[in-house]
Design a protein around this ligand. Structure first.
Ligand code: AFD
Ligand code: MN
Ligand code: MN
Length: 427
């Protein structure tokens, strides 16, 4: 289904007066700030949608396809992201996961994507599941495996993913490994690291010049004693040893409880080794909940470090880091959930853009702790949603994406076309 421009205009017209009132209030409140440049940054800011989040997620206990109309093919996944992008103007890219997605005709997919204004973001390889017909099992790891033949199979898969990405116009490979061990003694840590590094080096050498490699870390699960890329230090070790095209990827759900993610982000940025993000939220572990649904203040604090650090290096906010969502959900309509994640991420970014840096620097210099907190919480507690809505208005997207999604009965429409029992590929 397509969302027609006249539907969006009708929807926006009905909300315009109330939107203008809120926007004018903000213009007065923040008259000392160049809000036009803030809005332009929001217009430019795009967050990639993972192809594996478009179906109803599952847990290891079960999978409830409650919504229906799930995308059955890569083309239908592109169509879904196209719907999101039409609604919010901020989801202009899709991140594929191979072989959950199997791109067959790259040219046709590229032109389908561009008809929705979409590009292909980072490609994700998968060596955490055995595929039907593959010669070797990843039961005891992939790139770390003691068996060279297993490592070779995993390396070749990653190189194949790069090739598919090149054909689609992507420019990054995300490697997430579930490699590790479940019991003490199972693994020689040093050898596992060396095998992994050597394997990553082979993959790295297949990267085109303008590509990046993102090395994603995760503290635990599915391995529960050790993980071979278990934290940001280990990821950074690999990235530093690999070279200038390798970076650390921060998935917000991949830390031990209460980790100070904003500090990790600040230091990775300082080192020029922060590649990008997998946004989601969590209360306990890798919960993959909607971004901003549990800890919106943490999300803001992360963006606060990002804006400060990117500006210190003169980086382009929209282009120099990879902004991706990695969430899956089993009690919400995945498309509504993704709209909520994008909105939460954009709000946190907006709050960070409005932090009074000069006063914050002065408060820090004077060790004025209370003032520093006041400055941060002033923007965090301000309702800046009208600025985000204004950026949508400027890109011909909807003032209320979820409102329009429901008014147009998008899900019902997808169910009508695709059926109730469709199941998207993914976890
Ligand atoms: C994992 C990682 C990684 C991977 C994804 C698959 O976050 O990004 O690609 O889940 O669903 O936990
Ligand atoms: Mn992830
Ligand atoms: Mn994860």
């Amino acid at each position: 289904m397509n969302i027609e421009q006249n539907h969006i205009e009708k929807h926006n017209d009905a909300l315009l007066t109330s939107h203008q009132r809120k926007l004018n209030f903000l213009k007065e409140e923040w008259s000392h700030v160049d809000l036009e440049s803030v809005i332009q940054k929001l217009v430019d800011f795009q967050i990639a949608i993972p192809s594996w989040a478009l179906g109803t997620g599952g847990t290891r206990f079960g999978r409830f396809a409650i919504t229906g109309g799930e995308p059955r093919t890569i083309e239908e996944k592109i169509e879904d992201v196209g719907l999101l992008h039409a609604l919010n103007g901020a989801s202009g890219a899709i991140s594929l996961h191979i072989p959950w997605d199997i791109p067959q005709n790259a040219e046709a997919l590229k032109s389908l994507a561009s008809s929705y204004g979409l590009t292909f973001d980072a490609m994700n390889s998968n060596t955490f599941q055995d595929q039907a017909g593959s010669a070797h099992s990843y039961k005891f790891g992939s790139l770390q495996n003691v068996n060279k033949a297993v490592r070779k199979q995993a390396i070749e898969h990653n190189i194949e993913v790069i090739k598919q990405g090149v054909a689609l116009g992507s420019n990054a490979l995300t490697v997430w490994l579930s490699d590790g061990s479940c019991f003490p003694g199972q693994l020689n840590f040093r050898k596992a690291f060396e095998n992994t590094l050597e394997s990553l080096e082979e993959i790295y050498s297949a990267l085109p010049d303008d590509w990046k490699m993102f090395v994603e870390y995760k503290a635990f699960e599915p391995n529960f004693y050790s993980t071979t890329v278990g934290d940001w230090a280990q990821s950074l070790l690999y990235a530093n040893k690999l070279g200038s095209k390798a970076y650390t990827l921060v998935d917000l759900g991949h830390h031990l409880p209460n980790a100070n993610i904003e500090q990790i982000v600040a230091l990775l940025l300082m080192e020029g080794k922060l590649g990008g993000f997998h946004f989601n939220d969590s209360k306990y572990g890798d919960d993959d909940l909607t971004a901003g649904s549990i800890k919106p203040y943490q999300l803001f604090l992360i963006f606060n470090e990002l804006v400060e650090g990117m500006d210190a290096k003169g980086m382009n906010h929209a282009k120099d880091l990879g902004w991706m969502i990695d969430a899956s959900h089993n009690v919400k309509d995945p498309l509504e959930d993704l709209l909520q994640s994008v909105e939460a991420i954009t709000i946190a970014y907006t709050q960070a853009l409005l932090v009074d840096r000069k006063s914050l620097n002065a408060a820090q210099y004077n060790n004025d702790v209370a003032a520093a907190q006041e400055i941060l919480q002033h923007t965090f507690r301000s309702d800046l949603r009208a600025l985000v809505a204004e950026s949508r208005l400027r890109t011909n997207a909807a003032l209320s994406p979820i409102g329009l999604y429901r008014d147009l009965k998008v899900r019902e429409n997808l169910v009508k076309h695709r059926g109730l029992g469709t199941v998207a590929t993914g976890l």
